[in-house]
Design a protein around this ligand. Sequence first.
Ligand SMILES: [Zn+2]
Length: 75
Amino acid sequence: MGKIVIPGRPPSDGEWQALTLRHAAPVLYAVRTTGIYCRDGCPARTPNRKNVSLFDTRASAEAAGFRACKRCWTV
Ligand SMILES: [Zn+2]
């Protein structure tokens, strides 16, 4: 489609630790295997780190083709 996809960035050690420990870190992470993005503290199972990309905004995650997780982005 010629659309530029911004893949996000891999989590740093500190960001990954915050994510897995469910700290209140400002982390918005997308999981490539499921095609959804979550925020820190999502009740879903912690994904494999190698499949995780971080984004700064929901808009950028959606621009990359990810959908919002229904469990942590309740409308
Ligand atoms: Zn979620």
